[in-house]
Design a binder for this molecule. Sequence first.
Ligand code: AMP
Length: 303
Amino acid sequence: MERVTTIAELRARVARLRAAGATIGFVPTMGALHEGHLALVRLAAEQADEVVVSIFVNPAQFDRADDLSAYPRDLAGDERALAGLGAAAPVLVFAPEADELYPRPPATSVRVAGLGDHLCGASRPGHFDGVGLVVVKLLNIVAPDLAVFGRKDRQQLQIVRRLVADLDLPVELLAVPTVRESDGVALSSRNRRLSAEERSTARALPQALGAAVLAARRARTAGEELPTATLREAAREVLDVPGVEVDYLEVVDPDGLQPVTGPLAPDGVVVVAVAAHVGPVRLIDNVEVGDVPDEERLLDAAG
Ligand code: AMP
């Protein structure tokens, strides 16, 4: 496993791997790696001959300077975690400085209209434009056969799917289910900034999603339609605890992530998505309701 910091070197290394006949899998991250990231790397290693992992805290997707500077960074720890994957360890870690990717302020924007404006886009203006820009840049630099993203960042995943389709980018996208702690809390680099008490409070997020899953399951078992408002309310009640400040709690469709207003049919699928501030950290989570594997995983973890 080698660390590469320049675009030119990364391209040269990848060209050599390709010349030797290898397929390339790519996992973009912002570092402070945890088991969620490692699950993405493992899938990439299963599906491609060689894996490239990028570690880059992308300034373009932060709307607040304090959030950018507080974002955890631990390149040495990240490289140890990746090396610990053994046979699944990436061949290259691409860890450029910000100046390497942004030698000048970019005049080009990558904006996926409709998908990026609500949910996290509403409270983090410009965030998804920054995500779109860096994803297109990284896909152009690495030119992988496949790239792996997490369903934890569901809106980001849908945006990347859409921009890859719209721009005919020659890459296959794979998505990994959210990896959770034993108490249901989704793994996140930002969890490192929670105190023990805040970490405990954060359980309200998966528990709220679990309440929505159970409400939907009850209706499904009874063969009944479930009003979206009832589904949402089941989750919202659980979030009504001290220390949790809800940013949004929405019931949306799985592709366009637009608000669903009509009732959920017994065979319907929706995504329940939440963002909430707990202490200094803004946490996000979501569950696909009606999709049994996703539901099971959440309920197993959230108890
Ligand atoms: P980040 O470093 O937060 O930008 O995340 C890099 C990639 O890891 C994204 O595709 C995320 O969706 C994914 N990811 C982050 N946390 C998790 C998790 N708990 N489970 C699965 N994927 C995750």
